[in-house]
Design a protein. Sequence first.
Length: 200
Amino acid sequence: MSKNIVPHEYQITAYDRQKLNGHNSLLLWFTGLSGSGKSTIANKLELKLFQEGIKTYSLDGDNIRNGINVDLTFSPEHRTENIRRIGEIANLMLDAGLVTLAAFVSPYKKDRMNIRSIVKDVNFVEIYVNTSLEECVKRDVKGLYEKALAGEIKNMTGISAPYEAPENPDLEIFTETESVEQAVERILDYIRPKLHGDNE
Ligand SMILES: Nc1ncnc2c1ncn2[C@@H]1O[C@H](COP(=O)(O)OS(=O)(=O)O)[C@@H](OP(=O)(O)O)[C@H]1O
Ligand SMILES: Nc1ncnc2c1ncn2[C@@H]1O[C@H](COP(=O)(O)OP(=O)(O)O)[C@@H](O)[C@H]1O
């Protein structure tokens, strides 16, 4: 914490907000290549949670890279800063009592580990959306791989920039053999005890 900044003691705590909501805060962190299926799965999962009365919020490139992080590029340093800021925002969302879904390529191991240290470890679920580069290139949802392979985009993850796969993710999803619905059910099964368990 910076010098000369003294935190206020607020009467209402994260614990109180979680109690009022009837569930714990959780950060569901989706990592994987562009086009691996992070947003598709996160979207379906949020809908399911919402329908169960769980208070949620989704963070992804649309609301972050076009907003608070509009100043950042895809250089390694800027990706690190992108993920650091998102970690801090997610931490506020956890404090607010929300189940927060974050879908970012987040290619560097050290940046993802930093998230664990920003938020309380118990609240963090790392979900590796493991789809092969070949499949992502075949899908080419946004036409980025074609451009990257033609040399029109620099620093494209998987083509001209690294992706460091998680070694011990909490969950690993294989979208080439698993449907979106199956992935969502598996994630729900995994997080249910965390949502409703003793999380003090
Ligand atoms: N060079 C390069 N590398 C990877 N991705 C690129 C790049 N340029 C643009 N895009 C699009 O931006 C989305 C990735 O942004 P992120 O904020 O998730 O990236 S990172 O975590 O900072 O690495 C990513 O979105 P998703 O496809 O949803 O993953 C891409 O659509
Ligand atoms: N099992 C699956 N899980 C997730 N996405 C899938 C699956 N099978 C095919 N897809 C398709 O792959 C694409 C993934 O795109 P998207 O969710 O935007 O990826 P990301 O957010 O990782 O960039 C979508 O067009 C989706 O319909």
